[in-house]
Design a protein around this ligand. Structure first.
Ligand SMILES: [Zn+2]
Length: 205
């Protein structure tokens, strides 16, 4: 299994290829490759990303079948089922890199800021459960000068939310904490730019 550093380098290289020339289709697996993978998987990185249709994780890292263990949920939030999925992959497959991947102009972040400014009664309980997970990391920003600059506010909120999710994974699970402490597991935070296609690894690197 790749070390966390090597896995990170592989993601950086893949994103570089994607930005320069788009995804290389050979990476998407021949019939033979798919058949071989049926026997078992060894994903080299675990990615917790947003469900946004503009952030297809395998494509932006130019990876194929069997490469990435991906969890996608609006706002790349961390709730117990996300932690459980990551624990599962890290323990079962020995994967040593976890990436929390946010992105520019994230709808879940915008919805949370909207809700904080103008609380609505009509929001469904289920949707509220997502907003409630984003809220603690972004509400402090509304008390700063950033509140006068919508674009800057959203940019900062996206980063704060990624940092909060990464922190939660590093400290909110005994299993992951143990793997970080003694088995070289790393949790890093990154942001994908819808505008440029580039992924910036900015937290825990
Ligand atoms: Zn999003």
């Amino acid at each position: 299994m790749l070390s966390a550093d090597d896995a990170l380098e592989r993601l950086r290289e893949g994103n570089r290829r994607f930005v320069e020339s788009g995804p290389t289709l050979e990476r998407f697996g021949s019939h033979r490759e798919r058949g071989q993978l049926a026997a078992g998987q060894h994903p080299f990185a675990i990615i917790l990303g947003c469900s946004d249709s503009r952030v297809p994780v395998e494509l932006i890292f130019d990876q194929g079948f069997g490469d990435l263990f991906v969890i996608r949920i609006a706002g790349n939030i961390v709730a117990p089922s996300q932690v459980g999925s990551i624990e599962f992959a890290a323990e079962r497959f020995g994967t040593r890199l976890v990436v929390v991947l946010g992105h520019s102009r994230c709808g879940a972040i915008c919805a949370t800021l909207e809700e904080l400014r103008r609380p609505s009664q009509s929001q469904s309980r289920n949707l509220r459960s997502i907003v409630d997970r984003v809220r603690p990391s972004v509400e402090g920003l509304l008390a700063t000068e950033l509140r006068h600059d919508e674009q800057l506010l959203i940019e900062n909120a996206v980063l704060a939310n990624v940092r909060a999710s990464a922190r939660h994974l590093r400290h909110g699970s005994e299993v992951l904490e143990q793997l970080i402490h003694s088995d070289g597991l790393r949790v890093v935070g990154a942001e994908y730019s819808l505008e440029t296609g580039q992924v910036d690894f900015f937290d825990g690197v």
